[in-house]
Every structure is written in C-alpha cells, then in structure tokens.
Write a protein that binds this ligand. Structure first.
Ligand code: IPE
Ligand code: IPE
Ligand code: MG
Length: 249
C-alpha cells in the first residue's frame, strides 16, 4: 500500500466481479457456494477502497442478462442480496459509506426492493466512499432509458435536438452525478465488458486478472491500482503533449 501514489489515485473504480461459479465448481461445490463466498470479497474490497481513499466504487453484481440463468441460481442470488444488504448496512453506515443502486430495479422481488430502498435512505447523508451497486443492470438498458428521457423532453418542447450534448446524455444515465470510472477491473480471466458502463468507460484503463472473484482481496486491488499508476493516459493526445503539458507539441 505504501507504494501507491496518493496523488494519482483513481477517483472511481468499477469492477466486474466474475468467476464465482467456476471458483465453486473447482471445489466441487455448487455455484451458489461461490456467490456466497464472493460476498467476503465485496466486504474486503469495500473496506480496502475506503481505506485507500477511493471516492467512488461501482460493483457489477447482477446483469440484465443474468435473469436468464437457471431459476434456482437467480432465486439464490436474490435472497443473498437481501440478506447481505440487510446485514451489512449497519457497518457500512458506521463507516460513513453512501450506497447507491443502479439498474432496472423494478424487476427485483419486493423484499429486495425494500432492502435497497432502506439501505439507500439510511446511508443517504454519508460523506465517505460512494458505493454503487449495479443490479439488474445493463448498459444498453441504461442507454435506451436515457434516450427515452431525452426524447420526452424534446417532445415536451423543453429541449432542442441540437442542444443534446454530452452533459445532457450523462445526466440522463443511471450514473448521473458520478464521474466516469478511470479504472475498470474484471476478475477471472474474461476479456470482455459484458454490457457494463459502455458509455462511461470510454477512457477507462482496463485491468484483467485471472484471480477468481472469491479470491480477490485488498492486495489484488492495490496491484491493479499500481498497474493503473504505471500507465500513461493520453486521451487522444501525443505522449509528448501529456508529459510536457504542452498542447502545441
Ligand atoms: C459472477 O460470477 C457473479 C454473477 C454474474 C452474478 P459468475 O456466476 O458469472 O461466475 P462464472 O463466470 O460462471 O465462473
Ligand atoms: C458479468 O458477468 C456480470 C456480472 C459480473 C454481474 P457474466 O458472467 O454474466 O458475463 P459473461 O456472461 O461471462 O459475459
Ligand atoms: Mg461469469
């Protein structure tokens, strides 16, 4: 941790927590056993992120496409969410963490919706780490929602089509108010985005690790941040421009 440059920390880290099922199957257990152990990694990483001084952490917990998994796995995951959220809120609250949920939450069972609302309300006044859980989330769902919102504003005469700019679109997304992630981590050796924050990840640094999510711990997060800090972020400019801070080079 002492090797981290505290002045160059990513403000926002997003994680695709993948590999629970394989982790369990490698141990001869069923997939839910892996999801259950994945919660320990969530606890560890949330704590570590807060300690390191990360301001925003987005965790991909369940995608729109994950609804198509076997009914027993979906039901097991839903009850795990409800249990975990209810159990963890007191300590999250004590640690000044503010919770947000993004996704098509209308699809969630009633008890899950209630647990999320309560967790959001309880932690609404907190000023520490902003923890964003993507649940029943997909980026294409989010973009369609946003486009519908903007189209409605145009229809009502509140917005001209030519006035639609990055700022309006960002504000219409589920992530409105959060800066774009600078670092995106995916565990378990899969090199894809799987419908996660497609718009927001435009200039994120991508970090992939073979480590399965239930094995991912603080030291792995630090390794990812160190890797991030070793990269040169150019945003379309030349390396020379970035190094000298001179736009004309
Ligand atoms: C990630 O682990 C958790 C969810 C998608 C809910 P997986 O369940 O995708 O685990 P693998 O990829 O099958 O190993
Ligand atoms: C992405 O993982 C979704 C979450 C981690 C919640 P998946 O395991 O569902 O993604 P694919 O199917 O391998 O692309
Ligand atoms: Mg997976």
């Amino acid at each position: 941790m002492e090797n981290l440059d505290s002045k160059r920390l990513p403000k926002h880290i997003a994680i695709i927590m993948d590999g629970n099922g394989r982790w369990a199957q490698e141990k001869g257990q069923d997939r839910l056993y892996g999801h259950f152990h994945g919660v320990e990694s969530v606890r560890n990483i949330v704590e570590a992120a807060a300690e390191i001084g990360i301001k925003y952490l987005t965790l991909y917990a369940f995608s729109t496409e994950n609804w198509d998994r076997p009914a027993a796995e979906v039901a097991g995951l839903m009850s795990l969410f409800v249990d975990t959220i209810s159990k963890e809120v007191p300590s999250l609250h004590k640690n000044n963490i503010k919770l947000h949920f993004i996704g098509n939450l209308a699809l969630l069972p009633e008890d899950a919706k209630k647990a999320l609302e309560k967790a959001t309300e309880t932690t609404a006044g907190n000023t520490g780490l902003e923890l964003i859980i993507a649940l029943s989330y997909s980026s294409r769902w989010e973009l369609i929602e946003a486009i519908q919102k903007l189209a409605q504003q145009v229809k009502e005469g509140l917005l001209l089509p030519e006035d639609i700019k990055e700022a309006n679109l960002s504000a219409a997304l589920a992530t409105s108010g959060f800066p774009d992630p600078e670092l995106m981590i995916r565990t378990s050796g899969e090199y894809r985005i799987s419908n996660f924050l497609l718009y927001q990840l435009a200039y994120a640094e991508l970090y992939f690790t073979e480590t399965r999510w239930p094995d991912f711990r603080k030291k792995d997060l630090i390794e990812a941040i160190l890797d991030f800090q070793s990269r040169e972020r150019r945003f379309g400019k030349t390396g020379q421009q970035v190094q000298t801070n001179d736009e004309n080079k």
